[in-house]
Design a protein around this ligand. Structure first.
Ligand SMILES: CC(C)(COP(=O)(O)OP(=O)(O)OC[C@H]1O[C@@H](n2cnc3c(N)ncnc32)[C@H](O)[C@@H]1OP(=O)(O)O)[C@@H](O)C(=O)NCCC(=O)NCCS
Length: 166
């Protein structure tokens, strides 16, 4: 589902499971975001919502989705694409599943849903990157037909770059 202030308590509970210092891939969180107060959380959700709004003057489309089951936030996934066709430095997609919900097929499911959304935007192929030693993410991408292009150097170290045709 799209980010919403309605899930403030559930989101903070999930955030606490990740713990400090662990980057939550797929949520579009920046170090400058202050998400532990209702006001800060609302400002962050408003930013994410604006980044996805085609009516707002952005250089890129950012679509954020939260993976929610009942009243629990289980993960997040982000699609990032530049309107000029350039490939974003960390690829077109990022995702993360909270530790207690891993190995249930959620990342594979969420990636499939987001690829469907990307088709709806008329995108033809997406580059997905994962750290060289991230077997779980590599398998997730390969489930959706990702073709390994090779290794790329990123700000976070060497990463596998996979192209997924839509
Ligand atoms: C990578 C990540 C998103 C996978 O989420 P998940 O919901 O556990 O993934 P799935 O359950 O859909 O599993 C996908 C595949 O990876 C395998 N897998 C999952 N965790 C694994 C692990 N720790 N070791 C080996 N294989 C693993 C699964 O068995 C499955 O393969 P299979 O269907 O052939 O059995 C999750 O581990 C995570 O959030 N990691 C931290 C953030 C991250 O690395 N994000 C990706 C950045 S590109």
């Amino acid at each position: 589902m799209a980010p919403t202030v309605r899930l403030y308590n559930a989101w903070v509970e999930a955030h606490q499971e990740w713990g400090p210092g662990l980057h939550e891939d797929g949520f579009g969180l920046l170090p400058s975001d202050e998400v532990n107060s209702p006001a800060g959380f609302a400002a962050w959700v408003a930013r994410l919502t604006d980044e996805a709004d085609p009516a707002k003057p952005n250089d890129a489309g950012h679509v954020y989705r939260w993976i929610v089951e009942g009243d629990r936030v289980l993960g997040g996934i982000a699609l990032r694409y530049e309107f000029n066709g350039a490939v974003p430095p960390m690829g077109h997609l990022g995702y993360g599943i909270r530790p207690s919900a891993r190995r249930r097929g959620l990342a594979t499911w969420a990636l499939g849903r987001m690829l469907d959304e990307a088709r709806g935007f008329g995108l033809e192929q997406l580059l997905i990157m994962c750290a060289a030693d991230n077997i779980a993410s590599a398998k997730t991408i390969e489930h959706h037909g990702g073709v390994l292009e090779g290794m790329r150097d990123t700000a976070c170290g060497p990463a596998r770059g996979y192209w997924v045709k839509l």
